[in-house]
Design a protein around this ligand. Structure first.
Ligand SMILES: Nc1ncnc2c1ncn2[C@@H]1O[C@H](COP(=O)(O)OP(=O)(O)O)[C@@H](O)[C@H]1O
Ligand SMILES: [Mg+2]
Length: 557
């Protein structure tokens, strides 16, 4: 019988692959051999057992674990074993969900079989899920069908299994196979909006360590829009959850209307977890809120960390009333010590409170400015998802460096850059990342205009004026900034200007002088001046900044 011969040939060559296989690939090799042997068995139970073994062997290697039987979309009995598997990592995106695996009985899987299976699955309304069909033989027609259509049905044949067996990282091969046969929209790991998911969180080790190792301290994380504040708070939440002694409480002050609104949010979030019930519309005043919270925390044995996001909105309602909220948080912390502490995130308004001698925030919250990622983490954010999760290769190391230079150290910018890069690679059916594609992303209009929009939105008018005045300078000194402001009849209060420059350094717009006696600043992202110049009119921006400065500093001139 021809079918039998194919299987026994497979067995012979497989022994060869077994010898060559990596330590990790060996687990797959053994299970694969068992699977091939079972295909000649008449007993469907044997085949099913071997298929289960194989799926869990691959699963162990590539990171999915659970092999419980599916509730099953009804498909014909030719597909011997049908299991759903859950990936332990949530990358690539679609693999974070359940993936269904079928093993075909016999070594053939034709284009017709392929169409039959996709048809049945889409009739069952499963079009948005990912299915993997393992074929213990060759399936060239089905594979080309799958590459053309790119629905969520991926075919893996014996050639690819062999590649997995001999490859030192079977998981990368597996992801690459999936990537080649699936729409990138289903897999795209990069995303530049909102707090980032755990597997895509990189860096911030120094900040995490500092906050985790000082449970008695309160922190104010401040930095521009999209620098990664919410992502850091989310990460802190999951890190704190690892210890049952901790009870992190995350909530946002975004759009908070008044002091009462804030105290309700605070109560709802702290008591909700504590009591396991909703307590909205309590409408307690601040004093009552304080004593309620104190009472609850004293009963609970865990340490509460309040993680408050978008604190600028809180400051906006708190400051005009002599900061009753900040005072209350501070006094709660003083009474409860390390049982209750606060980590908040905001930007300009929060920072103003931190440096004001009149604010309770001073000496209560430890300032923690947030700038770009460290260079190693920035590199990993580029390399790990593209290379490990999606199986792309860089043509040479210098291409990674190019991508890094073009996207700077700002995490959202890297995510946006790579998001476009990965889309382009998928469109052009490329497996290797080359110089040309990286350059193409840098020239992408969407990439450039978002950089300009976000960067400019993060600058105060005075900072905007500094940036515009020095767009054409490779380097410049504090004194030159002062002189230039004088020339343009802008405010020249030296300590104030110095503070603005320091902030631009903290937020990663400028690189500070390298040595003590050196007094020169440069743009941290060297392409920024060029990109701003191409997308916007610097003279218009400068005029706008001057107008705003005039309006704000009425007494100026
Ligand atoms: N630590 C990080 N690792 C990877 N990407 C990050 C990280 N921090 C932020 N990002 C990227 O930046 C984007 C904006 O981050 P977010 O936390 O929403 O910023 P913010 O709260 O400061 O406005 C995220 O969608 C993500 O793409
Ligand atoms: Mg945020």
């Amino acid at each position: 019988m021809p079918q039998k011969r194919v299987v026994s040939d497979e067995n012979a060559t497989n022994a060869h692959y077994y010898q060559q296989s990596s330590e990790r690939g060996r687990v797959i090799a053994v299970a694969w051999q068992e699977l091939l042997k079972s295909m000649t068995s008449r007993e469907s139970a044997d085949r099913s057992k071997a298929a289960t073994l194989f799926i869990s062997a691959v699963g162990r290697e590539v990171g999915f674990i659970d092999t419980t039987p599916t509730p099953s979309p009804k498909v014909s009995k030719e597909f011997v074993c049908e299991r759903h598997v859950k990936f332990s990592q949530d990358i690539p995106r679609v693999l974070g969900q359940t993936v269904h695996v079928f093993v075909v009985s016999g070594s053939q899987f034709s284009a017709q079989d392929y169409r039959y299976l996709t048809g049945t699955l889409s009739d069952a309304g499963l079009g948005q899920r990912l299915f993997v069909v393992v074929v213990p033989g060759h399936a060239p027609e089905a594979k080309s069908e799958s590459r053309r259509d790119q629905p969520g049905l991926v075919v893996i044949d014996s050639e690819e299994i062999k590649e997995m067996i001999v490859h030192p990282e079977p998981c990368r091969v597996f992801y690459r196979i999936i990537r080649q046969q699936t729409k990138m929209t289903l897999l795209q790991p990069y995303n530049h909006f909102g707090a980032v998911r755990s597997a895509m969180f990189f860096g911030r080790q120094a900040q995490l360590r500092r906050i985790m190792l000082h449970p008695e301290s309160n922190f104010a994380i401040y930095g521009g829009r999209r620098i990664g504040k919410s992502s850091l708070l989310t990460k802190l939440h999951s890190e704190l959850c690892k210890d049952t002694q901790n009870r992190p409480v995350y909530f946002t002050a975004q759009g908070v209307k008044d002091v009462l609104d804030f105290s309700n949010r605070l109560l709802t979030n702290v008591l909700q977890l504590h009591l396991g019930s909703r307590t909205s519309a309590l409408a307690f005043d601040l004093e009552r809120t304080r004593s309620e919270i104190q009472r609850h925390i004293l009963v609970d044995r865990r340490r509460v960390t309040l993680l408050i996001d978008e604190v600028d909105d809180l400051v906006a309602v708190d400051q005009p009333k002599a900061e009753p909220i900040m005072n209350m948080l501070r006094s709660l912390n003083e009474e409860l010590h390390d049982r209750f502490r606060i980590v908040m995130a905001g930007y300009r308004r929060l920072h103003e409170r931190l440096i004001s001698y009149y604010s309770p925030a001073m000496n209560f919250l430890t300032p923690m400015p947030l700038g770009g990622l460290d260079s190693e983490s920035a590199r990993r954010l580029i390399e790990v998802p593209t290379h490990e999760y999606l199986g792309y290769d860089f043509s040479e190391p210098k291409v990674v460096q190019m991508a890094l230079d073009y996207s700077s150290r700002s995490p959202w910018q890297i995510q946006h850059f790579c998001e476009i890069l990965v889309q382009l690679l998928a469109q052009e059916h490329k497996d290797t990342i080359e110089e040309d594609t990286v350059r193409q992303v840098y020239n992408d209009f969407a990439f450039r205009s978002e950089i300009v929009e976000t960067t400019l939105a993060n600058l105060s008018p005075v900072q905007m004026a500094i940036v515009c005045l020095f767009l054409d300078s490779e380097r410049f000194t504090r004194e030159e900034v002062y002189e230039s402001f004088k020339e343009h009849r802008l405010p020249t209060d030296l300590p104030f200007l110095s503070r603005q420059l320091d902030q631009l350094v903290k937020f990663g717009v400028f690189t500070p002088p390298a040595k003590k006696n050196d007094n020169t600043f440069t743009f941290a992202y060297s392409y920024l001046p060029r990109i701003i110049g191409e997308v916007e009119s610097p003279s218009y921006l400068l005029a706008e900044a001057k107008n705003q400065i005039k309006r704000r500093y009425r007494r100026w001139r």
